[in-house]
Design a protein around this ligand. Structure first.
Ligand SMILES: Nc1ncnc2c1ncn2[C@@H]1O[C@H](COP(=O)(O)OP(=O)(O)OP(=O)(O)O)[C@@H](O)[C@H]1O
Ligand SMILES: Nc1ccn([C@@H]2O[C@H](COP(=O)(O)O)[C@@H](O)[C@H]2O)c(=O)n1
Length: 231
């Protein structure tokens, strides 16, 4: 480096995977904001395409029907961690994609190989255009979408801890029902044939059951900084 030249941190690609309610979104957003990276919520993309299928009366039990229309909706993700956005055909769907209807249908839609191929292409393109780097969170980022990521983290937590977090978020929803719904969605996501929810062999596993969100964020920031220093 020449005298006086500013040192720019090299772009870094971070993949954060794990089951529902382990803290992927909260952690990824905070880590990206702290380190000046972009942020991509890939679950929101699968939810957005599911919302479009439901709105267009596509039979979500019929993979052939889903595959036939997979290219129709235009899905756009904004990657600013302080204000992530998601639109379908120009419509802001950030609220509707969190509905119970979408949550109950998303695993069936995301299991369709043509859906995964389309969404994976969007994800790779966003990651490639993130100048400073990006934190991408989901279920198959480390294994399939970005297998060459600089850092892979796999978050876990007990079903009880995850259900308590979720029912707190859903204003006192019954913990038992929430726990059963989480377990059912994780099973569907883990057992599908195409890029299931899985820990990549080279991912760092962090059990968040007894950690505060702040402790998890600090742990991941440290891991990213170590990777950056080694680049
Ligand atoms: N370590 C933690 N301790 C306590 N609460 C947490 C922790 N991590 C996350 N939370 C809370 O748990 C809830 C779920 O977190 P978050 O949405 O980040 O999980 P997720 O893994 O992205 O879930 P999903 O895959 O279903 O989108 C949020 O309300 C969040 O604030
Ligand atoms: N990489 C991913 C991310 C998500 N999914 C599917 O989307 C659903 C919703 O994800 P949330 O993180 O918003 O809860 C999830 O249950 C998966 O079906 C996926 O397949 N791959």
């Amino acid at each position: 480096m020449e005298n006086g030249a500013a040192r720019t941190a090299p772009a870094v690609i971070v993949a954060i995977d794990g089951p529902s309610g382990t803290g992927k979104s909260s952690t990824s957003k905070a880590v990206a904001a702290h380190l000046g990276l972009s942020y991509l919520d890939t679950g929101a993309q699968y939810r957005a395409i599911t919302w479009w299928m439901a709105n267009n009366n596509i039979d979500i039990t019929d993979p052939t029907a889903i595959a036939a229309v997979v290219g129709k909706p235009e899905i756009v993700s904004g990657t600013d961690p302080s204000a992530p956005t998601i639109t379908v055909d120009g419509v802001d769907v950030s609220g509707p994609i969190r509905s119970q209807e979408v949550t109950s249908k998303v695993s069936a839609v995301s299991a369709v190989p043509e859906v995964r191929a389309r969404i994976t292409e969007l994800q790779r393109s966003l990651a490639a255009s993130a100048e400073a780097g990006i934190v991408v969170e989901g279920r198959d980022i480390g294994t399939t979408v970005l297998p060459d990521a600089d850092l892979k983290v796999f978050l876990t937590a007990s079903p009880e801890a995850r259900a308590a977090r979720r029912s707190g978020e859903l204003k006192g929803a019954d913990i038992h029902t929430t726990r059963e719904a989480l377990i059912k969605r994780d099973a569907a996501d883990s057992n599908r044939t195409t890029s299931p929810l899985a820990k990549s062999d080279d991912a760092v596993e962090v059990d968040t059951t007894d950690l505060t969100l702040q402790q998890v964020i600090e742990c991941v920031i440290t891991l990213v900084e170590e990777k950056r220093a080694a680049k």
